[in-house]
Design a protein around this ligand. Structure first.
Ligand code: XLS
Ligand code: NI
Ligand code: NI
Length: 438
């Protein structure tokens, strides 16, 4: 087997004092945290599109990174070389999962039947790699946003023929996901939205998206898919407005259309901030609704209003993420690095440095989140803050025996209401800092 990243060794844990750029400082897969190994807590995944396809092209310039992997671009030989490169990369980093779009795997042909034949061929090869390495598919999806035919959306298109092409791609992507043993299937509605309401039948579009999702669930279950479907919320980009705006909106949509049993959410950090939320907020909304499925682990830039898909470096954010994940009892999905190098970081070494950064950031986040939980002060404060609901009049509210009249009588008996206890935000923030930096 040809080695593609010849100068990159297997990346091992060397500890925080190591200055070896090709070693983990915090991610120690076998270390036990709260009863599970780090590897179990952190089911990392490689995103096929960023890692194997993206070259750093932007609106103003060509790619800077070479990802031919020694073959002619846009050929089946190149598609095979991407498989080799991807599996070598995951093996060297100790990453156990990957995520893919159909369009990431092979060059699209003019006729969908030929594209599907190519997809069969490449997934035969991927399946061999899965069997020989034990690396698994976290989730698959169909790219329903790049081809110009999807300019007005896929499920939300105005053109029934285009809707059928979307259906055909979803059908095939589901078959491939099942073939590769994928744990989940993602709907990211990049073009499922609008540019202007002047030309948009919002109700029809949303009804049609739900119809497509129902058909996808029915078909997937009929071919043996047991995993979760995910909606990946994002408020905008590429469309001005996207229907899956944020976690709360997506959950409302799923419940409105009776899809909530089959779907959970795939929360992306950078999408949360584009929606005007924190990453932690989106995770909490998902978790309290029983919908926290998987995570696209990346980060945005506070000064930029678009999806920069950076590898996560912010330990505070990662700590709050893992705090939510631990409190929710873990992920059924995984942590997919939907992240790419900055355009000037274009070498294979940069790619490995980026993954090391991301994996170490989440390892630190896990260590610190577990420390916050073990420390117990935050949780104790929270219990105490709501204590008035666990006895006396508060208890009657929780157990449903209260009426507006009983509460009003009680209020009258008090005369003037008391002030609630302080929220103590700054005190709590100092506890978090104390744990983070000790
Ligand atoms: C784009 C999305 C996309 C999904 C998969 O912003 O994050 O990459 O994760 O279609
Ligand atoms: Ni994503
Ligand atoms: Ni994104």
């Amino acid at each position: 087997m040809r080695e593609i990243f010849e100068n990159i060794p297997i990346i091992r844990y060397e500890g925080p004092d190591s200055q070896n750029p090709l070693a983990f400082k915090y991610y120690n897969p076998d270390r036990i945290i709260l009863g599970k190994t780090m590897k179990e807590h952190l089911p990392f995944a490689m995103a096929w599109w960023h890692t194997l396809c993206a070259t750093g092209t932007d609106m103003f310039g060509r790619g800077t990174a070479h990802k031919s992997f020694g073959k002619e671009m846009e050929t089946m030989e190149h598609a095979m070389a991407k498989v080799d490169a991807g599996f070598e990369c995951m093996q060297k980093l100790g990453i156990s999962y990957f995520c893919f779009h159909d369009a990431d795997l092979v060059p699209e042909a003019a006729d969908i039947r030929e594209t599907n034949r190519r997809l069969d061929e490449i997934t035969d090869y991927i399946l061999e790699k899965i069997q020989s390495t034990g690396i698994r598919c976290l989730w698959g999806t169909a790219n329903l946003f790049s081809n110009p035919r999807f300019m007005n959306g896929a499920g939300s298109t105005n053109a029934a023929d285009v809707y059928c092409f979307a259906a055909a791609q979803i059908k095939k992507a589901l078959e491939l996901t099942v073939k590769l043993g994928g744990k989940g299937y993602v709907f990211w509605g990049g073009r499922e939205g609008y540019e202007t309401l002047l030309n948009t039948d919002m109700k029809l579009e949303q009804d049609n998206i739900a119809r497509l999702m129902h058909m996808a669930v029915d078909y997937a279950r009929s071919i043996g898919f047991k995993g979760d479907f995910y909606i990946e919320p994002k408020p905008k980009e590429p469309m001005k407005h996207q229907y899956d705006f944020d976690a709360a909106t997506a959950i409302g949509f799923l419940r409105q259309y009776g899809l909530e049993k089959d779907f959970k959410l795939n929360i992306e950090a950078n999408h949360a901030t584009l929606a005007g939320h924190t990453f932690q907020h989106e995770l909490r909304v998902s978790a309290i609704n029983g919908m926290l499925g998987s995570i696209d682990a990346n980060q945005g830039d506070d000064q930029l209003g678009w999806d920069t898909d950076e590898f996560p470096s912010n330990v505070y954010e990662a700590t709050m993420c893992m705090y939510e994940v631990l409190n929710a009892g873990g992920l059924t999905g995984g942590l997919n690095f939907d992240a790419k190098n900055r355009r000037p970081s274009y070498t294979p070494h940069d790619m490995f440095y980026a993954f090391i950064l991301g994996m170490d950031t989440f390892a630190l986040g896990l260590i610190k989140a577990a420390a916050i939980i073990e420390d117990g002060r935050l949780n104790a404060f929270l219990q105490d803050r709501y204590a008035s609901f666990y006895n006396g009049i508060g208890q009657t509210i929780l157990d449903g025996s209260a009426t507006l009249t009983s509460l009003a009588c009680y209020a009258e008996s008090l005369g003037a209401p008391a002030m609630p206890d302080s929220g103590r935000q700054e005190y709590l923030q100092s506890i978090v800092n104390n744990i983070l930096f000790s």
